[in-house]
Design a protein around this ligand. Structure first.
Ligand code: NAP
Length: 294
């Protein structure tokens, strides 16, 4: 089964390529230099030439704070690019799996967000991703949008790797403890995405639409940092002695973030038989890979 992966050099993209290459998928990965999803004509050319069964869009402008100062770039990559992808997928009859975010929600919920809950993004990043979702929905019936949250992994920049670095350098750290969410391993998300891709290739009938996928369980950034440090001390000596819990108000950022963004994955489990692992178990797997290089 032929699969095109965009954003192949991102933290999710690299996991997707790594895992897809170890299966019988015929993988065609493209990083930003090889295929910029905002370049309409080039995109059209590549999709027409390859004619994949499924396109997986892991490309994104993922800088939540910087997006406030670079809205044009955020909208180009997160809205216009997915719109072009969806349009060409419709023209050439490819299916599209598009990755989106928990930041399309405003965080006022008191239970994990379902796919049908109303969206109300707080910042440019979330808004640009919401616009990308809408463009995909309107151009292409054969789409799966997978919203995920608090993504981390072995590759690229992410919160877990930042904490590892800071905990090795500093004795004390302050981490926000009043934002709740579900950390998601890029490796687990890649596995889930490829299960969906395979279903697209094999199922006679598919429930197209929007799905949620994140690690099971809910924590705070402080809770996640605490667990990262606990797990990392099995492999290395860290300098950190004190992990202070602070509030969002004490850590002002350029973009406002939802205070609650856990996702309800029931629909994904029911449709695709995908059962997310507990977030701390997946974190353990990732920390082990980071330190052992396996
Ligand atoms: N990171 C999170 O915490 C998080 C949370 C929820 C949802 N998500 C979503 O999950 C998906 C994967 O995120 P990620 O963390 O893997 O992001 P990432 O590490 O930033 O990877 C995104 C990749 O897209 C590439 N890219 C940027 N502009 C592009 C363009 N115009 N054309 C083609 N490629 C382009 C980037 O290349 P360059 O690096 O060269 O720019 C990068 O390699 C995204 O849809 C994101 O919105 C992420």
């Amino acid at each position: 089964m032929k699969v095109v992966i965009t954003g192949a050099n991102g933290q999710l993209g690299r996991e997707l390529v790594r895992q897809a290459k170890s299966t019988d998928f015929e993988v065609h990965p493209f990083d930003r230099q090889q295929l910029d999803i905002t370049q309409k004509n080039r995109l059209k050319q590549v999709l027409a030439r390859l004619s994949p069964a499924v396109v997986i869009n892991a490309a994104a402008y993922s800088h939540v704070d910087r997006a406030e100062d670079e809205p044009d770039r955020a909208y180009a990559v997160n809205s216009d690019g997915p719109a072009y992808l969806a349009r060409f997928c419709a023209d050439y009859q490819h299916a599209l799996i598009h990755i989106s975010t928990d930041y399309v929600f405003d965080g006022n919920s008191d239970r994990p967000y379902r796919e049908s809950d109303p969206i109300a993004p707080l910042g440019i990043y979330g808004h640009s991703k919401a616009k990308g979702e809408a463009a995909v929905r309107s151009a292409l019936p054969q789409h799966i949008i997978v919203r995920t949250s608090w993504l981390y992994g072995v590759y690229g920049h992410n919160f877990v790797k930042t904490i590892l670095k800071l905990a090795a350098e500093k004795k004390a750290l302050n981490v926000v403890a009043d934002q709740l969410g579900s950390p998601t391993s890029a490796a687990d998300l890649a596995t889930a995405t490829l299960i969906i891709a395979r279903k697209i290739g094999t199922a006679k009938k598919l429930a197209w639409g929007t799905y949620h996928y994140c690690g099971a369980g809910i924590t705070t950034w402080h809770g996640l940092a605490e667990k990262v440090i606990e797990l990392a001390t099995r492999y290395t000596v860290l300098r950190i002695r004190q992990l202070e819990a602070i509030s969002t108000a004490e850590w002002p950022t350029r973009a406002q973030r939802p205070l609650y963004s856990a996702l309800d994955c029931t629909r994904t489990t029911a449709q695709f038989g995908i059962n997310p692992l507990p977030w701390n178990q997946s974190l353990q797997n990732t920390i082990e890979r980071i330190f052992t290089g396996k």
